[in-house]
Design a protein around this ligand. Sequence first.
Ligand code: PMV
Length: 313
Amino acid sequence: MSSTGEAPGKVILVGEHAVVYGLPAIAVPVWEARATATVSPRAQGAGCIICAHDIEREIELSRADDREPLALVARLVLRELSMDPDPDLQIDVRSQIPIASGMGSGAAVGAAIVRALYMHAGVVPADSVGSALVYRSEEVHHGTPSGIDNTVVAYGKPVWFVRGKAPEVFTPPCSFTLVIADSGVPSSTLAMVAGVRSRHDASPNEYNAWFGEIAEIVANARRAMETGNLHELGELFNLNQDLLELIGVSTPDLERLVEAARVAGASGAKLSGGGGGGNIIALVADYASERVANALIESGAKRVIVTLVGARG
Ligand code: PMV
């Protein structure tokens, strides 16, 4: 008998970059792009193998070292469950989440493996346990990850996140639709964060004032989500985009997409994540999602995902 676990991708809704300076950010799950892991038995003595189909890799657990995040997360779960460290199991991993696009694909694959192995053992993992296990495997790739990715994918709910504090998971009373568009321009979050750091250090007063404004936007965005005021949430996206432009992480490509989304009827749009490339997100009324998605493709987006936030859990 096989057991399957799944986990969503994620996007940062508001507060990116300012979050590095100790201010809050909100991230939300993207269930329309998800990772799944299926655990099935193998012949006796065959050991454990992880088949990562999207990257065409087969990882033999007994031979992989801990720098391999998929092997590490499986090992951590087996230890947590006091199971054989090399059980006769095959773990098939598949993901619809674009890799290295700021959508948390690594964390989601890890969370799917955690869930599938727990299901196989007949145990339902607490979200907090799944989140902590994924965090430890994320450290391999990201050094000291902020913790936002593992939290949002393990809980599968919107997260209010402040660095160094326990994340708060919250559930908006009504769902809303986001269109996520990939500019197709690769960008390094690390380089974008370093650029902001050097400009911040050269003009700390100016940057701290902008970060303060972003923090206010994030607090208002949470209130708008909790009261279902989607018109206000859209306006807050636009204000956050203005500030992201001021801190120098937007680009003409991203701004063309943001503008196209607004013209096509989005109530607000902004870049999401590190900037310099990567994704934009647009808040849309349900009926406008197709129009906005088409406009984004016509304006050069390489891929568009439409997601309903808050519809689940
Ligand atoms: O591109 P993403 O989704 O990994 O987000 C980066 C968010 C930043 O605030 C720019 C960096 C960070 O570590 O929080």
